[in-house]
Design a protein around this ligand. Structure first.
Ligand SMILES: Cc1cc2nc3c(=O)[nH]c(=O)nc-3n(C[C@H](O)[C@H](O)[C@H](O)COP(=O)(O)OP(=O)(O)OC[C@H]3O[C@@H](n4cnc5c(N)ncnc54)[C@H](O)[C@@H]3O)c2cc1C
Length: 248
């Protein structure tokens, strides 16, 4: 049998017929790494800090390099290179460091957002990680889900060998185990992302004015609290505000 852990452009998904192309629920990310002295990086982004602009790219420091990226739903990414470069220009002026001329290459990558039901297995085939579309739709983080689904795939593949059963029905155990491990949280993350990105000004205003909610939000993006528990916590804390926000 085959475990397809070959990323977002999975050949295994295509050749097995599980998925010939992604639907519209996929994001595009432009990303570059600017080589800079550590002292200049510290001037650009405070140590231990990531900068996110929500309507523009984000930046985070690495050793000797500054990572700058812009991402969003593919349907909204027309003209993204221009948007990316104008952001870099604006940030260069603001930080008084010329980042524009230091950019040698811009990479673009697809990011498959999770939290939707997709076909991820067939007879003798299982897809994991990005190939299966297991990415947090709010933060676009997929490393945890890639590792976790890989572990589950290994377990189920071993069971399939033991039982000499590679049928679609038997391998459905993989889908169930992934659902149990992180499926509901990816769905809760999708609801949260839809709400937060759809109401960005109001969401930021609430986080700014409600310190306890902000701390819970930090716990969530750090992975110490699930999105499902965070959503529940928000509703219980302030049901009226939440209803107003949802109803717009
Ligand atoms: C710019 C950017 C920044 C990101 N930052 C973060 C982050 O900070 N935190 C986080 O959690 N996630 C982040 N992600 C998402 C994360 O990188 C992915 O979700 C994760 O790497 C998925 O792991 P994977 O093993 O499924 O796929 P991949 O990491 O894509 O690995 C697939 C592997 O398969 C190989 N492969 C593909 N096709 C073939 C083939 N035909 N033959 C042989 N080998 C093949 C590839 O070379 C690759 O090594 C980021 C993504 C991008 C694009």
């Amino acid at each position: 049998m085959i475990v397809g852990s070959d990323g977002v452009n999975s050949v295994v998904a295509r050749k097995s017929g599980i998925r010939t192309r992604w639907g519209s629920d996929i994001s595009l990310c432009l990303e570059t790494e600017v080589e800079l002295d550590d002292a200049l990086i510290a001037e650009c982004v405070e140590a231990g800090t990531l900068e996110f602009y929500f309507r523009g790219p984000g930046m985070f420091p690495k050793r000797g390099r500054l990572s700058v990226g812009l991402g969003g739903p593919i349907s909204q990414m027309r003209g993204s290179r221009k948007m990316f470069m104008s952001f870099v220009k604006a940030i260069s002026l603001q930080k008084k460091i010329n980042l524009t001329d230091r950019i040698t290459r811009i990479n673009s990558n697809l990011i498959p957002l999770g939290g939707v039901n997709r076909k991820i297995h067939d007879e003798r085939v299982i897809l994991t990680g990005d190939a299966a579309g297991f990415v947090d739709p709010f933060l676009a983080e997929g490393l945890y889900y890639a590792i976790k689904s890989g572990e589950i795939a290994a377990y189920i593949a071993a069971l399939a060998v033991e039982n000499n059963n590679f049928s679609r029905e038997f391998l459905a155990g993989y889908v169930t185990k992934c659902d149990d491990a992180f499926g509901s949280d990816l769905k809760a993350a999708r609801r949260f992302a839809k709400f937060a990105y759809g109401n960005i000004d109001r969401s930021l205003k609430i986080l700014r004015s409600d310190k306890q909610m902000f701390l819970k939000y930090l716990e969530t993006v750090r992975g110490d609290m699930t999105y499902a528990d965070f959503n529940k916590w928000c509703v219980l804390r302030s049901p009226v505000t939440f209803l107003k926000l949802i109803s717009g």
